[in-house]
Design a protein around this ligand. Structure first.
Ligand code: NAI
Ligand code: MG
Length: 353
C-alpha cells in the first residue's frame, strides 16, 4: 500500500533534516510493508527571492489531496520572519483548518535536562496549542500600523468553535494519559479573550469529570514549566502562549533538536502537516550537524496519523530513537553535546531499525 506525502523541505536546515528523516521513514515503511510516494515542493524563501512568493497561488490546491504533508522549516536571514511565516506555514495551517498543534516532549534516558535533578521519565508532557486563530489571526483588516507608523494595532480572535474544539481535544488527550490538564491563559490582563477561554474550559470540563484541571497564568506557567515540569501532563493553550510554552518544554527535555510536532484536524478530509518544532537554524546551516531526530520523531507522529495500523511503524521509530539516545557510544550531534554529523545519527538509527 502506498501513501502520498507532500514534502516541503523549506529553508536552512529544513532541507537537511527532511532528507535525513525521509531516509529513515523509507526504511521503516519497508519493514512494515508499505510505501511513501513523495512529491517534493521547492517552496520557501529561495522561491520568494526569485518569484516574490513563498509558494504558488494555487499551492494549497496542489497538496490538498495528499495523505499527509511533511515540512522541514522556513526562515531566512535576508527576509523578515513575518513574511516567511505568513507566506507558507500559516496559510497551510489555516487553509486546511489544522486547529490542533500537538507537541509532545519527554525527557529521554541519556539526555541531560538543563534542570537539575531530573531523570528520564520525570518530564513527559504534551502541549495542545490552538493553531488557527487567537493572537495570530488577522481580524478583518483591523491590524495596521498607523499615525505615520507611530501606532500599531494587533488584536486577537477567539471563537467559540475554535476554542471549544482545541479544549475538547486536549481533554480527550488527558483521558488517555494521566488525566491532568493545565490550561494556560492571561485572564487577569486579557479580560475578554482569556476569560472567554476560561469559561469554555469550565464548560467542557463538565463532560470530563475524571480529568483534573489546573488553570495557570502564562507567566506563572512558564515558571512552573522550569520549576516543577513533572506536574504537567496535557497542556492546552492559545496560539501565542502555546508557541512560547512549547519552546520551554523542548529545552527542558534537552534540545529543540528532539522536539516533533503535528498540525492536525482529524475531522476534515484535508491532509495534516507534520514538522519539527525548530526553525531553519541559520547559525548551523550547511555544516551537516543539524540534529535530525526532531524531524525523524515528527515522521513517527505522521505515521500515527496515517492510520490503518501504522502505529506499529511509529513505535519502532520512537523505540529506536530512545535506544540510540540511551546508548552512550551512539553518535550525537553538537546540540546534545556530541560531535557527530547528521548522517552519522541517521546511519546508526537505520542499523537499529
Ligand atoms: P531555530 O529553531 O531555528 O534555532 C534556535 C537554536 O536552536 C539555534 O541555536 C539552532 O542552531 C538550534 N537548533 C534548532 N534546531 C536544531 C537542530 N535540529 N539541531 C541542532 N540545533 C538546532 O530558531 P530561531 O533561531 O529563533 O529562528 C531561525 C529562523 O527559523 C527564523 O527565520 C525563524 O523565523 C524560523 N523559525 C521557523 C520555524 C518553523 O519553520 N516552524 C519555527 C521557529 C523559527
Ligand atoms: Mg515557536
Amino acid at each position: 500500500e502506498t501513501y502520498d506525502i507532500a514534502v516541503i523541505p523549506g529553508d536552512g536546515i529544513g532541507t537537511e533534516v527532511t532528507s535525513a528523516a525521509m531516509e529513515v521513514l523509507d526504511t521503516v515503511a519497508e519493514n512494515h510493508g508499505f510505501q511513501l510516494e513523495r512529491s517534493t515542493y521547492d517552496w520557501g524563501t529561495e522561491r520568494y527571492l526569485d518569484e516574490g512568493a513563498m509558494m504558488p497561488d494555487d499551492g494549497l490546491d496542489r497538496i490538498e489531496s495528499a495523505d499527509s504533508i511533511f515540512l522541514g522549516a522556513v526562515g531566512h536571514p535576508e527576509v523578515p520572519d513575518h513574511v516567511t511565516l505568513n507566506g507558507l506555514l500559516l496559510p497551510i495551517r489555516k487553509g486546511f483548518d489544522q486547529y490542533i498543534c500537538k507537541r509532545p516532549n519527554k525527557l529521554f534516558e541519556g539526555i541531560e535536562s538543563p534542570l537539575r535533578g531530573y531523570e528520564a521519565g520525570d518530564i513527559d508532557l504534551v502541549v495542545y496549542r490552538e493553531n488557527t486563530e487567537g493572537e495570530y489571526a488577522n481580524v478583518g483588516g483591523r491590524e495596521h500600523r498607523g499615525f505615520s507608523n507611530e501606532v500599531a494595532v494587533q488584536s486577537g480572535l477567539f471563537t467559540r468553535k475554535g476554542t471549544e474544539r482545541i479544549v475538547r481535544s486536549a481533554f480527550e488527550a488527558a483521558t488517555e494519559r494521566e488525566g491532568h490538564l493545565t490550561s494556560i491563559t492571561k485572564s487577569n490582563a486579557q479580560a475578554h479573550s482569556m476569560v472567554f477561554w476560561d469559561d469554555i474550559v469550565k464548560e467542557v470540563s463538565e463532560d470530563f469529570p475524571e480529568v483534573e484541571v489546573d488553570s495557570l497564568l502564562v507567566d506563572r506557567a512558564s515558571m512552573d514549566l522550569v520549576r516543577r515540569p513533572e506536574e504537567f501532563d496535557v497542556v492546552v493553550a492559545s496560539n501565542l502562549f502555546g508557541d512560547i510554552s512549547t519552546d520551554i518544554a523542548a529545552i527542558i527535555t534537552g534540545s529543540l533538536g528532539l522536539a516533533p510536532s503535528g498540525n492536525i484536524n482529524e475531522e476534515n478530509d484535508y491532509p495534516d502537516m507534520f514538522e519539527p518544532v525548530h526553525g531553519s537554524a541559520p547559525d548551523i546551516v550547511g555544516q551537516g550537524i543539524a540534529n535530525p531526530l526532531a524531524s525523524i520523531l515528527t515522521g513517527a507522529m505522521m505515521f500515527e496519523y496515517l492510520g490503518d495500523g501504522k502505529e506499529a511503524a511509529a513505535e519502532d521509530i520512537w523505540n529506536a530513537v530512545e535506544a540510540q539516545l540511551a546508548d552512550e557510544s551512539a553518535p550525537r550531534t553538537p546540540d546534545l553535546g556530541g560531535d557527530a554529523k547528521t548522517v552519522d545519527v541517521v546511519s546508526d538509527l537505520s542499523d537499529r531499525l
